[in-house]
Design a protein around this ligand. Structure first.
Ligand code: ZN
Length: 361
């Protein structure tokens, strides 16, 4: 009975994946052994990989040189206990407990996931087993909640500050390591404008419309607009370029040649406005910058984290009220010359970030 059900699900996936005019291939590999050979278990993955994440491990499926059609139980990749989060390529995230008979199907560059109730999700970017309770989108709702509770709110985004990196470098971050950090997941793809848009709008990318590193305008109202309509003032400070356009024009600190000096000048610009607004939003970039250049676990990243630990502590002490400290994404080691780290896909290193609230409930 169960087996028949699986076969049915496979058929549903295959029927949905197969285009009508495509000739049936006779020589497509269908046996499980061949399929398993094409599963990559590594922290590295070629571009286009679909990630299956469990705790601090990611199993990637790749479709490079593959022309097979197959359906395998999701439990061949991850063993969820309670829940899964399905990341779709359009940025939508679906959480479900209906995964016990889920099937993964592949056709060329499209990975699909079929649930036992017959629901099929096409073009998935990854699946997380027992995902963290919150995503970075929580920051939007916490900003509103605390503002409306009469609190002054400061949000500090440490670009590229992944959950793994935070723990790896705990010894150089005495202030941040002493705080209660919850694990949060970011959105897909884990790029800065995409994730920042989710923090700014409280929406996933399929709603706010930013899906890549180039788009600068969001198609949903941002927190500054919403806060303003409720009578709250905002200040936004960051270094370098506009990541995405918001209704509140950012105080842009010039990008200096030295990444640490740029963060220092973002700090100085923030300190001079520390009591200016009800909502103060700050973005620091040196962790991401150092991790791209040297890899996420390099000493240059440690230097950046040590600096930011000190700057964040000073900001929290100077400002008081509520401080929310989080990141847009983490990074994994890519290992290419001049591009040692990056953030691209659904992997534990890219997707999981710390989420800290100081002074809150
Ligand atoms: Zn980056």
């Amino acid at each position: 009975m169960i087996k028949r059900f699986w076969i049915l699900i496979c058929l549903i996936i295959l029927a949905a994946c197969t285009t009508t005019d495509e000739p049936k291939q006779e020589n497509e590999p269908t046996n499980e052994a061949q399929y398993i050979n094409n599963v990559v278990e590594s922290d590295f993955a070629p571009v286009g990989a679909v990630g299956f994440v469990q705790n601090n491990k990611t199993t990637f499926i790749t479709w490079e040189n593959l022309a097979f059609r197959a359906g395998l139980p999701l439990t061949d990749f991850i063993q969820p206990q309670n829940e899964i989060a399905i990341f779709l390529a359009n940025g939508e995230t679906i959480r479900t407990t209906n995964f016990s008979e889920a099937i993964v199907g592949i056709l060329n560059e499209n990975v699909s996931l079929g649930l036992a109730d017959g629901t099929v999700f096409h073009n998935i970017a990854g699946v997380i087993a027992d995902p963290p309770e919150i995503s970075i989108i929580q920051a939007y709702y916490d900003m509103l909640y605390y503002l409306q509770s009469g609190e002054r709110v400061m949000v500090i985004v440490l670009d590229g500050w992944g959950w793994e990196m935070h723990h790896y470098f705990a010894d150089v971050q005495p202030f941040l390591a002493a705080q209660v950090a919850r694990m949060a997941h970011t959105v897909f793809p884990p790029f800065t404008p995409v994730a920042m848009s989710s923090i700014f709008t409280g929406q996933t990318p399929n709603i706010h419309g930013v899906h890549d590193r180039a788009t600068r305008t969001m198609s949903a109202p941002d927190i500054f607009e919403v806060a303003s309509s409720l009578g709250y003032t905002s200040t936004r400070v960051q270094g370098g370029v506009v990541i995405v356009q918001t209704s509140e024009r950012p105080v842009l600190v010039p990008n200096l040649q030295d990444r640490y000096a740029t963060d220092q000048s973002v700090f100085d610009a923030t300190m001079s406005r520390i009591d200016e607004s009800d909502l103060l939003f700050i973005h620091f970039n040196s962790i991401d910058d150092a991790a791209h250049t040297y890899g996420p676990y390099a000493s240059e990243v440690a230097a950046s984290m040590a600096l930011l630990d000190d700057l964040v502590q000073k900001l929290v002490e100077a400002r008081g009220g509520i401080a929310i400290i989080t990141a847009d994404h983490g990074q994994h080691l890519l290992g290419e010359p001049n591009r040692m780290g990056d953030h691209l896909w659904v992997s534990h290193e890219d997707i999981f970030v710390p989420y800290i609230v100081i002074g809150g409930r």
